[in-house]
Write a protein that binds this ligand. Structure first.
Ligand code: NAP
Ligand code: GDD
Length: 336
């Protein structure tokens, strides 16, 4: 019998990588996605064709309890991965009610269904290093949560809700506290992707200058493809537990810009402008740096792709989407 996984947030960056991983492990994967007026399946379209008998999607929304119940009852999954969220920290300052609703009540809705209907599905909750907020680095499972946004607060809520259901009702419910992870599939308004696609736009004359916000914040950036392996691993443990997943290195936004522009031989300073009045957040998280000793020991997990290779992977992929090879890009860059 194939194991069955239900993924909330299947259309997102992590949902697409996790689906690929589980399908390769011979799972049957059902992705829950919300209705959208424009197609939102670009990251998973290839999977319908590649795995016609193993992969499918079903409509559902984290703020619609009835749809959660319907999906769990219909598919009776062995494992449920809740990756769905309003995942943009900056945007959470503007749409705080819905961010809180989706990110905090969403997992509560899923856990209530599991408990009330007696399902034994294992449950994974996507938590975040953003929960640590202004707690000084390095951060691990014992670090104080001091979130600096409603996004961070909502994830702290989700974290404690997951632990509560585990402790009070004996559910297999686990939290992954993941630090920033990126990829060619990263959403367009996160800073790494904004920089790497910005480089391709500069080289093709679509823009002259790239506007960013705070350049001094530091982040611990890993590769999403590596991180979904940790996510899967967390649900394969004998006992449910919470794990920090990170690379253990951190760099500033300025460092990322320098490294990424350097891939094509450009000096970032000539092309990046900091527009703080537009992009500065009311409260910032200055420095995230994960200590994943527990995951390394217990999950036997460690990241394969580190900072420089991540920059290179993302720049090359964005050049490709503009029909440019790295060599062609370097030639154009010399003339700028
Ligand atoms: P993402 O690309 O923004 O994907 C978020 C997913 O959630 C999308 O599939 C989105 O659907 C879905 N979603 C949003 N609201 C929903 C709702 N009301 N009902 C059902 N689905 C909904 O995020 P990601 O980078 O893959 O991250 C996955 C999870 O990990 C998120 O919970 C995020 O907060 C957390 N996390 C991410 C990172 C990171 O660095 N990537 C680090 C720590 C934690 P649409 O496609 O329709 O928008
Ligand atoms: N998005 C964005 N756009 N961020 C910018 C920009 C810009 O133009 N300029 C500077 N930044 C700074 C932000 O202020 C922040 O300090 C840093 O770059 C990273 O911003 P994001 O890439 O938006 O990521 P994040 O760290 O806020 O949140 C991501 O990581 C969290 C884990 O720590 C998201 O993936 C969250 O979902 C995730 O939980």
């Amino acid at each position: 019998m194939k194991k069955k996984a239900l993924i909330f947030g299947v259309t997102g960056q992590d949902g697409s990588y996790l689906s690929e991983l589980l399908l390769k492990k011979n799972y049957e994967v059902i992705g829950v996605m919300r209705r959208s007026s424009a197609f939102n399946t670009a990251r998973i379209d290839h999977l319908y064709a590649l795995y016609p008998n193993q992969f499918d999607t079903s409509y559902g929304d984290l703020s619609d309890l009835n749809s959660i119940e319907r999906n769990i009852e219909k598919f009776e999954p062995d494992e449920i991965y809740n990756l769905a969220a309003q995942s943009h920290v900056g945007v959470s300052f503007e749409i705080s009610d819905s961010t809180f609703d989706i990110n905090a009540f969403g997992p509560l809705n899923i856990l209530q269904v599991l408990k009330n209907k007696g399902f034994k599905s294992k449950f994974y909750q996507a938590c975040s290093s953003e929960m640590f907020g202004i707690s000084p680095p390095p951060q691990n499972e014992n670090t104080l949560f001091q979130p600096q946004s409603i996004y961070g607060v909502s994830k702290v809520c989700a974290y404690y809700t997951t632990r509560y259901f585990r402790q009070a009702f004996n559910l297999f419910a686990a939290n992954g506290i993941l630090f920033n992870h990126e990829s060619p599939r990263r959403g367009l308004n996160f800073v790494t992707k904004k920089i790497t696609i910005g480089i391709a736009k500069i080289l093709t004359n679509e823009i002259k200058i790239l506007e960013l916000g705070n350049l001094s914040a530091r982040r611990d950036w890993g590769f999403a493809g590596d991180y979904v392996e940790a996510i899967w691993n967390i649900l394969q443990q004998d006992k449910p537990d919470d794990f920090v997943i990170s690379t253990g290195e951190n760099y500033s936004i300025e460092d990322f810009a320098r490294e990424a522009f350097n891939v094509v031989g450009l000096d970032w300073k000539k092309f990046v402008k900091s527009n703080v009045s537009r992009y500065l957040r009311p409260s910032e998280v200055p420095s995230l740096l994960g200590d994943s000793s527990k995951a390394i020991k217990q999950l036997k997990w460690k990241p394969k792709v580190l900072f420089k290779d991540l920059c290179l992977m993302m720049v090359e992929s964005d050049l490709k989407s503009f029909n440019l090879t790295l060599d062609e890009a370097k030639k154009i860059a010399k003339k700028l």
